[in-house]
Write a protein that binds this ligand. Structure first.
Ligand code: PNS
Length: 171
């Protein structure tokens, strides 16, 4: 029997991508032959960054990695996974507070498509409190968001807050 390439999908909003997400990206890229980072482009959800900006930030921080693809997706995650021939959905679990929502999502996705399993990586304790929502809140008050962001996108995110001072904050 030939070897089947394991394709993983790491889906999320990534508004913006944090050091916690980046940790999950690096670790899951070692588990799968190919990792697709899927950025949800959902027009009913208000994001600070456009899908294109969110994709570009992730491309920027993963440009030295060779088995990663980053793109936006719309619609159901399981349909996107099937279209990409992915076997695995990867999600990070920071703390027990993430658990109920993640469990429900994983079980729903399994109900929708039994060919795709969800695996969870427990996030590095160092980053377990980091969230995009808090980055946006701190950034909107001009606080030090560089602690929570991969180095090479920090300036870009700060610039967004400088420009978008008047924008109502999407949390
Ligand atoms: O970073 P987030 O916002 O926690 O990611 C949530 C995401 C994108 C994984 C989830 O909302 C999703 O998969 N949305 C696509 C629509 C879908 O498939 N919904 C059913 C999932 S139970």
């Amino acid at each position: 029997m030939g070897y089947k390439m394991k394709i993983g999908i790491y889906p999320g909003s990534f508004d913006p991508v944090t050091i916690g997400h980046f940790d999950v990206i690096q670790r899951s890229a070692r588990l799968a032959d190919k990792l697709i980072v899927g950025v949800l482009d959902n027009h009913t959800k208000v994001n600070l960054f456009t899908a294109e900006e969110r994709v570009n930030m992730i491309r920027q921080i993963t440009k030295e990695m060779h088995n990663i693809e980053v793109e936006a997706f719309t619609g159901l995650l399981v349909d996107y996974a099937k279209q990409k021939n992915a076997d695995i959905i990867v999600r990070g679990l920071r703390a027990t507070t993430d658990f109920e929502y993640e469990l429900q999502m994983a079980q729903t996705n399994y109900e929708l498509n039994q060919g795709i399993d969800t695996i969870f990586l427990t996030t590095n304790v160092e980053y377990s409190y980091v969230s995009s929502t808090l980055v946006k809140e701190i950034g909107s008050f001009g606080g030090p968001i560089e602690k929570f962001l991969p180095d090479n996108i920090t300036e870009y995110v700060k610039e967004k807050f400088r420009k978008d001072k008047s924008t109502k904050l999407p949390l």
